[in-house]
Design a protein around this ligand. Structure first.
Ligand SMILES: Cc1cc2nc3c(=O)[nH]c(=O)nc-3n(C[C@H](O)[C@H](O)[C@H](O)COP(=O)(O)OP(=O)(O)OC[C@H]3O[C@@H](n4cnc5c(N)ncnc54)[C@H](O)[C@@H]3O)c2cc1C
Length: 388
C-alpha cells in the first residue's frame, strides 16, 4: 500500500482548497469523498448557496490558482454594508473608509467548487470518490483508512474535512455534538427593481430573526434569513410571489419589488465547539472543526483559514520530514485557536444579544450599534479580523 504525506477525508470547499495548497508545496495527497465534486454551472441559473468570501480567503484562493479562475460575471464586491437594529439604529461599514477594494466578495458555491477543481487535478493528488468510510486505524507512524469496498489508504496525517457531522472526528474519539440554534438559514435569490450598488444589508428583527441581503451581479440579491424553526417553516411554505413580497417587506422595500429566481431552501443552524481539533496523526478543518452561526458569513472563511494555516505549518516544517509529527499539529492548533474562539464569541454573542425581546436589552443593543457607528477607529478594528 502506497503511503502519502496527507489523506484528506472530505472534498467540500475546504478539503479541495487544502489539497491544492498541499500539492503546491510538493506534498503527496489523497482526497476522498462519497460524492464526485462536479463543475456543473449553468450560466442561466443562480446557486442559492452563496458565500461572502473575505479578502483574506480570496488571497489564499489566489495562491492556489482558484480565485483567478472565477468568472468576473459571477462575482460581486460588497463595497458597503448597512446593519439595522430592531428599533431604528444603524451601523454602516464602507470598504473605501478602511482602504479596501471590497469588504467581501459574493460568490456561488458551485462557482467556487468549479474554480477549485482544476487546482486539485494535478500531479501529487489522487482523488477517490463514490466512497463510504468504513474504519480508521492508527499506528505509531501512519493512519490507515479502510473504505466500505475494502480499499485501504495510508498517510502520515489524516485530515477530517468531512463537515459538521464529521465521521473522522468521531473515529478519533473527539466527542462533540453540534448544538442546534433552533433556527434555519433560509436562502434564496431574487431579481430586484433597483440597483444595489454593492451594498449588503442586514436586519436584526424584532421577532429575533436576522435577515441578510447580499448583492449578486446585476440587479439581483441573495438572501439568508436566519429564522426560528417555526418562522422558517412558514416562509418555506409560501408561494413564490408571497415569499418575495414578504422578503421585500422585511427589507423595507430598500430595492423596490423582488421576484424570486431561485426557490428557497432551509439549512438547520448549529453551533459546534470542540475541546481540540487535533489528535494522534489527525487534524480537523472546516465545519468538522467548528460550527458558527451564518449571521457573520464567516463559516467557510474560517475553514479556508484552517486550510491555509495547516498548509503553511507543513510547508515550513524544515528538517521534520513527517507530516503528522505532534509538534506540527500542535503548531497548527495554536495558530487556529484564537481566530476560531473569537468568531464563536462574536456570532454567539450577537445571537444572544439580539435574540431576547426584553425591552431594556433592545434599547441597549440599539444604543450600542449607534455608538459604534460614530467611532471610525473602532469600526476599523471590528472589520479587520473579518477581512483577514
Ligand atoms: C445558510 C447558510 C449560509 C452560509 N453562508 C456563509 C457565508 O456567507 N460565508 C461563509 O463563509 N460561510 C457560510 N456558511 C457556512 C459554510 O456553508 C460552511 O462553513 C462550509 O460549507 C463548510 O465547508 P466544509 O468543506 O468544511 O464542509 P462541507 O461543505 O460540509 O463538506 C464536507 C464534505 O465531506 C463529505 N463527507 C462527509 N461525510 C462523509 C463520509 N462519511 N464519507 C465520505 N464523504 C463524506 C461530503 O460529501 C462533503 O463533500 C453558511 C452556512 C449556512 C448553513
Amino acid at each position: 500500500m502506497e503511503k502519502r504525506d496527507v489523506m484528506i477525508a472530505g472534498a467540500g470547499l475546504v478539503g479541495l482548497a487544502l489539497a491544492a495548497a498541499l500539492a503546491r508545496n510538493g506534498m503527496t495527497v489523497v482526497l476522498l469523498d462519497r460524492v464526485l465534486p462536479s463543475a456543473n454551472s449553468d450560466p442561466e441559473t443562480w446557486d442559492a448557496r452563496i458565500y461572502a468570501v473575505s479578502p483574506g480567503s480570496a488571497a489564499f484562493l489566489s495562491s492556489v490558482g482558484a480565485w483567478q479562475a472565477l468568472s468576473c460575471e459571477r462575482i460581486e464586491a460588497i463595497e458597503s454594508m448597512r446593519i439595522f437594529g430592531d428599533s431604528g439604529a444603524t451601523l454602516n461599514f464602507s470598504a473605501y473608509d478602511i482602504g479596501e477594494r471590497a469588504l467581501a466578495w459574493i460568490v456561488e458555491e458551485r462557482a467556487l467548487r468549479a474554480a477549485l477543481l482544476p487546482a486539485v487535478h494535478v500531479p501529487g493528488i489522487d482523488i477517490v470518490t463514490g466512497v463510504e468510510f468504513a474504519s480508521l486505524a492508527w499506528s505509531a507512524d501512519e493512519a490507515t483508512l479502510t473504505l466500505a469496498d475494502g480499499r485501504r489508504f495510508a498517510a502520515s496525517l489524516i485530515v477530517g474535512a468531512d463537515g459538521v457531522h464529521s465521521w473522522v472526528r468521531k473515529a478519533a474519539g473527539i466527542v462533540a455534538e453540534p448544538k442546534p440554534y433552533g433556527q434555519q438559514g433560509v436562502v434564496a435569490n431574487f431579481d430586484c427593481d433597483l440597483a444595489h450598488h454593492g451594498c449588503a444589508r442586514q436586519w436584526f428583527r424584532a421577532d429575533g430573526s436576522v435577515l441578510a441581503w447580499l448583492p449578486l451581479p446585476g440587479r439581483r440579491i441573495s438572501i439568508v434569513w436566519s429564522a426560528s424553526d417555526a418562522l422558517a417553516a412558514e416562509l418555506l411554505a409560501l408561494a413564490p410571489d408571497a415569499f418575495a413580497a414578504r422578503v421585500a417587506e422585511a427589507g423595507e422595500r430598500a430595492l423596490g419589488a423582488l421576484r424570486m429566481i431561485t426557490p428557497p431552501v432551509g439549512y438547520p443552524l448549529s453551533s459546534l465547539r470542540l475541546p481540540t481539533s487535533i489528535a494522534h496523526r489527525m487534524a480537523l478543518v472546516g465545519d468538522a472543526a467548528h460550527g458558527v452561526h451564518p449571521l457573520a458569513g464567516q463559516g467557510v472563511n474560517l475553514g479556508f483559514g484552517d486550510a491555509q494555516a495547516l498548509a503553511s505549518v507543513l510547508a515550513e516544517r524544515g528538517p521534520i520530514g513527517d507530516a503528522g509529527a505532534p509538534i506540527l499539529l500542535e503548531r497548527f492548533a495554536r495558530r487556529r485557536a484564537e481566530p476560531v474562539l473569537a468568531m464563536h464569541a462574536v456570532t454567539d454573542g450577537l445571537v444572544r444579544l439580539f435574540g431576547p425581546r426584553t425591552p431594556w436589552l433592545r434599547i441597549l443593543r440599539n444604543a450600542g450599534l449607534a455608538a459604534v457607528d460614530r467611532l471610525p477607529m473602532l469600526k476599523r478594528a471590528l472589520a479587520q479580523p473579518a477581512l483577514r
